[in-house]
Design a binder for this molecule. Structure first.
Ligand SMILES: Cc1ncc(COP(=O)(O)O)c(C=O)c1O
Length: 458
């Protein structure tokens, strides 16, 4: 049988079976809690994606601090998942615990702004270079709001996304490129509208396809991550962002950059680090220290156009925003994050840990002669199971071998390391220590050696 990303499939199956046995032996309490949870929770979990881990049952978390998490079975994990980004600056960060506790003691949700609001507005504007902001409860909400306004302001129905994107529970972005052209993402539940009627999709880095899709002047907005992080990781080619901005301006299309994951790049996200000029920018997950909160910012021009629209619009509910958006607790968390946690010093440490991890993983790849590679956007690192790393989502999808991913994820858990359960995404936090990075690389090394051993000789 041919090898999968350099690995013999029969050997892969044997190692995976061993890792599953080992997990179940080591996690009796998790197994028992999973059995109990199954009775009253759909799929046994409060949220279906808690079953996306490679383990036979989920780990049950007990507590976490910094970049370490403990489970109920008494195991300690070096955490490179960090809640899939909400805790990317560390768990239980004292400044955040303090700010949130103090606000909770004063009340959490008033339907009124608090004294922190002007300061948070100033902090966001200074950091991201966009003067006017709104809050939302999740990054998904922020993206939906930005799309809604883009359509309202331009009077156009179409949006454009890049193949392989993920922008949260935003049905408009659930369109992928299939062999016969655009299609709805498999798995989207209960959507009765054909999203391909109003969403166009092209491959990231394909400037000619982008221009062809924008040229009829019907597209309200391009919604994009500045570097794609949700289908493996795909970096923009040199010149791609210049072309994206030039073309969107040429055809009257707004540019919305979703920095929810690429905030890993630097204090001002990818936008700040590379001097990009979006019309709107969205950011959720970690922005209020891991409690539900998101923001979206806009240029002065967009803010003026929204004000003009509002002056003439019929009054009534806008369909944008929910009761808990902008609550006092979220604003307090955001202020503490922006002032005390998401600092240049924190990013300097994250960068140093990133370099250490990338070097260590590349050494593992070289040592074992594997056809794998690494890609990173700042402190977000991807181990790609192909070399060179694919430049578009179609090629990246072909490299994502389910069983190989399972064995790597489960093997890491069994060796005391957590990474996000999706592809091979790892986050370095200001709390991550060099020894943790070394343990992650050593665990990958160990699993690679096991996978490359012969079934007859272990
Ligand atoms: C780039 C990006 N945007 C938005 C979201 C949605 O975030 P949330 O699920 O918190 O709404 C995600 C989630 O993974 C994301 O990766």
């Amino acid at each position: 049988m041919s090898r999968l990303a350099g690995i013999d499939p029969a050997r892969l199956a044997a190692v995976l079976a061993d890792e599953r046995d080992r997990f179940l032996q080591d996690h009796p309490k998790a197994a028992s809690l999973a059995t109990q949870s199954a009775e009253h929770w759909l799929g046994g979990v409060p949220m279906h994606w808690m079953n996306d881990w490679a383990s036979p049952v989920p780990l049950y978390a007990r507590d976490a601090a910094g970049a370490v998490i403990h489970d109920v079975d008494g195991h300690r994990y070096d955490d490179f998942c960090l809640g899939d980004t909400p805790s990317m600056y560390g768990h239980a960060v004292p400044a955040i615990t303090e700010a949130l506790s103090a606000q909770l003691a004063r009340g959490s949700s008033f339907m009124l702004p608090t004294e922190d609001v002007p300061a948070v507005g100033r902090l966001l504007a200074a950091r991201f270079g966009l003067p006017v902001w709104q809050m939302a409860t999740t990054a998904s909400d922020a993206n939906r709001a930005a799309i809604r306004w883009a359509r309202a302001l331009t009077g156009r129905s179409q949006i454009l996304v890049f193949d392989g994107c993920y922008h949260g529970a935003v049905d408009d972005a659930y369109v992928v490129q299939g062999p016969q052209g655009a299609r709805m993402k498999p798995g989207l539940v209960g959507q009765v509208h054909d999203m391909t009627a109003t969403t166009r999709v092209v491959a990231f880095n394909d400037i000619a396809a982008l221009e062809a899709a924008l040229a009829d002047g019907a597209v309200a907005a391009v919604l994009a991550e500045p570097a794609m992080t949700n289908c493996g990781m795909i970096l923009p080619d040199d010149g791609f962002h210049d072309a994206l901005r030039t073309l969107t301006r040429r055809y009257g299309t707004l540019l919305i950059l979703d920095e929810t994951h690429t905030i890993s790049t630097g204090p001002g996200g990818y936008t700040g680090a590379f001097g990009l000029a979006p019309d709107m920018l969205t950011l959720g997950k970690p922005i209020a220290g891991g409690i539900p909160a998101a923001v979206w910012g806009m240029t002065a021009d967009i803010a003026d156009r929204i004000r003009d629209y509002q002056r003439t619009a019929e009054t009534g509910s806008s369909g944008i925003g929910t009761t808990l958006s902008g609550n006092a607790l979220a604003v307090a968390g955001m202020r503490a994050m922006l002032e005390q946690v998401m600092t240049p010093a924190a990013y300097a440490h994250m960068r140093a840990m990133t370099v250490r991890l990338v070097d260590a993983l590349e050494a593992v790849i070289t040592r074992h002669g594997l056809p794998w590679s690494t890609v990173n956007v700042g402190a977000r690192v991807e181990l790609v199971l192909a070399r060179p790393a694919p430049r578009d989502a179609a090629a990246m999808r072909a490299s994502l071998h389910g069983p190989l991913l399972d064995v790597l994820h489960l093997g890491l858990i069994n060796r005391g390391v957590l990474i996000a359960p999706f592809h091979m995404m790892m986050l370095l936090s200001p709390a991550t220590l060099p020894a943790q990075v070394d343990r992650l690389a050593a665990a990958v090394d160990d699993i690679a050696a096991l996978l490359l051993a012969s079934n007859d000789h272990d």
